[in-house]
Design a protein around this ligand. Structure first.
Ligand SMILES: Nc1ncnc2c1ncn2[C@@H]1O[C@H](COP(=O)(O)OP(=O)(O)O)[C@@H](O)[C@H]1O
Ligand SMILES: [Mg+2]
Length: 543
């Protein structure tokens, strides 16, 4: 409500909730910090897992920041923005989600302290922006260039990413799989390396143990051969991909057929069968020896194909059809009559194998050598699911280094070094902005502190020791050794991370915390503040 020449003007609808000024800010900051606090205990190798139960009672057990935040139903609009940090981090670089959110929380906590000391948010924002720009320069200088084809380095980074996940005893083989599959799909276009992780097919099958997880050069389809008389395996196979049914087509509901004699019925049925036969003959004549059909294949067609020793698989998912098409170079055909040799793809081996209790089809030695699949095995659904998330982090980390061959030490070492150099930079700025840049620098130490805390170590003592180490020459890689509780050289320990992870983490943490700091007015439609995930969201207040 505003006063205009003494007349009150009602701008907002009845029931609208409004929070303004300090109050709005404080509330937003508190909610955002709460999100960061919620996942703090999951950070690092000694971090704990969260058990999430959705409204249907389905349970997810995970350590993955992005997954946790995605599953919990956060209502506060500012808290939702924190979740965006994790999502952005996950999409852009695939790891470092918890790190990014807790840095975001820490930046806001420090900002609140400054606000309490009467530093205006605009000054904090300016300081944070300067700090971010400087941080990126510093990180680029701290980072070490590596050889992106050095498998040892890639494996170490993959293992570091998997250290915090509860896949006990299989980090080595998983790292090996991640490195091999990424190196296999790298597409060199001049100097540019294109790596599309989606090209790696991940298939999960409960049963067996995680150590049975394997890398397969080719595609796996979770289906069976349709007919028992068909061969179980064929070598050097021409492959047809069909997205039309191999079935006698049912007449439409409203079609009317007038039949006057039993003769006509026989002829009608024969004609139907002939149509199907013509389709099957087209396949046989094309030279295809294995067909993958997106739709159904009826008994008649099955036995006709089996007689020709052709392997047939039906009801293949569209996404699998596309993968098959890419791997075997076969075209997906709708009109069978026009099927020619040119439409067919090729594979060195198509076979049905038993995985656990089910049969699966393996299409290997494909025309496209970049077709790779990972078959994840594990005793329980939860285990297999978390293994997939873990592998995904490892794949992203390896991809990041192959893309951009720079690494940083993990275990909080890079955050401490960055913090130190940023504090030196702050002194050159002076004034209140210096306070903000210093606050930014100290906020970054939340990473080593939390790693230590989660490992049951005394974070204060350790931080003092670490800072002292960073003041010595060659101290930049000193981080938290969670085994000994003492500072260690993380790069020598093999605890390394792609540069882009921390770069992206500070980027999105700074952006979102700045956005939250800038809001001084929250106007929510009636019920908006209480709405669930799908409810209205407060738009960020941009300038
Ligand atoms: N062996 C280790 N010793 C110390 N820190 C480690 C080790 N392995 C991983 N870390 C650290 O754990 C942190 C990542 O933890 P994680 O739970 O995966 O969070 P995020 O979601 O941010 O990736 C990083 O700071 C990384 O350097
Ligand atoms: Mg991680």
């Amino acid at each position: 409500m505003v006063q205009f020449s003494g007349v009150p003007v009602i701008v907002l609808k009845e029931g609208t909730e409004r929070r303004q000024g300090r109050n709005a800010q404080k509330n937003n900051i508190a909610a955002s910090i709460a999100v960061a606090e919620a996942i703090r205990t999951t950070l690092g190798p000694k971090g704990m897992d969260k058990m999430l139960v959705d409204s249907l009672g389905d349970v997810t057990i995970t350590n993955d920041g992005a997954t946790i935040l995605d599953e919990i139903d956060v209502q506060h609009p500012a808290a939702k923005m924190m979740i965006e940090i994790a999502k952005t981090q996950d999409i852009r670089v695939g790891d470092g989600t918890t790190t990014s959110v807790i840095i975001g929380g820490s930046l806001l906590k420090s900002a609140q302290e400054l606000i309490d000391q009467s530093v205006h948010p605009t000054i904090i924002l300016r300081g944070y922006r300067k700090a971010l720009i400087k941080s990126k320069d510093i990180l680029k200088k701290i980072a070490e260039k590596v050889d992106s084809s050095d498998k040892k380095i890639l494996k170490q980074a993959a293992i570091t990413a998997m250290n915090s996940k509860s896949i006990v005893g299989v980090r080595e083989p998983f790292a090996e799989i991640a490195v091999k599959s990424i190196l296999q799909i790298v597409d060199l276009r001049g100097d540019l390396k294109i790596i599309d992780i989606d090209q790696i097919q991940i298939i999960k099958k409960e049963g067996g143990s995680l150590s049975d997880t394997e890398l397969i050069n080719g595609i796996i389809i979770d289906k069976e051969i349709v007919h028992p008389m068909m061969p179980k395996s064929l070598k050097n196979v021409k492959i047809a991909l069909i997205d039309t049914p191999l079935e006698i087509e049912k007449t439409e509901f409203d079609a009317e057929i007038k039949i006057q004699s039993p003769d006509q019925i026989t002829r009608f049925l024969e004609e139907e069968e002939n149509m199907l036969k013509r389709k099957v003959s087209a396949i046989i004549n094309s030279g295809a020896k294995a067909i993958f059909c997106q739709k159904g294949i009826d008994d008649k067609a099955q036995s006709l194909l089996a007689r020709e020793n052709i392997i047939a698989i039906r009801r293949v998912k569209r996404s699998d059809m596309e993968k098959l098409s890419r791997a075997t170079k076969a075209k997906i055909i709708t009109n069978l009559v026009e099927l020619t040799l040119e439409d067919l793809g090729a594979s060195g081996l198509v076979e049905e194998k038993k995985v656990g209790t089910d049969n699966m089809i393996f299409i290997s030695e494909c025309s496209d050598p970049k077709a790779v699949s990972i078959l994840i095995r594990g005793g329980l659904e939860h285990v297999v699911d978390e293994a997939e998330r873990t592998l995904n982090d490892a794949l992203c980390v390896v991809r990041n280094i192959v893309h951009n061959p720079y690494i940083l030490g993990g275990g909080g070492s890079s955050e401490i070094e960055l913090s130190k150099q940023l504090r030196d930079f702050a002194t050159t700025i002076g004034g209140r902005e210096q306070l903000a840049i210093e606050a930014y620098a100290y906020s970054l130490e939340v990473v080593p502190t939390t790693l230590a805390e989660n490992a049951g170590l005394d974070p204060v003592d350790l931080l003092v020791e670490l800072r002292a180490k960073h003041d010595t020459p060659d101290g930049k890689a000193m981080g938290v050794n969670i085994q000994t509780g003492k500072p260690s050289n993380m790069i020598e320990e093999g605890v390394i991370e792609p540069l882009v992870i921390l770069m992206q983490a500070i980027q999105s943490a700074t952006e979102v915390s700045s956005m939250i700091l800038k809001i001084d007015d929250v106007i929510a439609a009636s019920g908006g503040m209480k709405a669930g995930a799908g409810g209205p969201q407060m738009p960020p207040d941009m300038d």
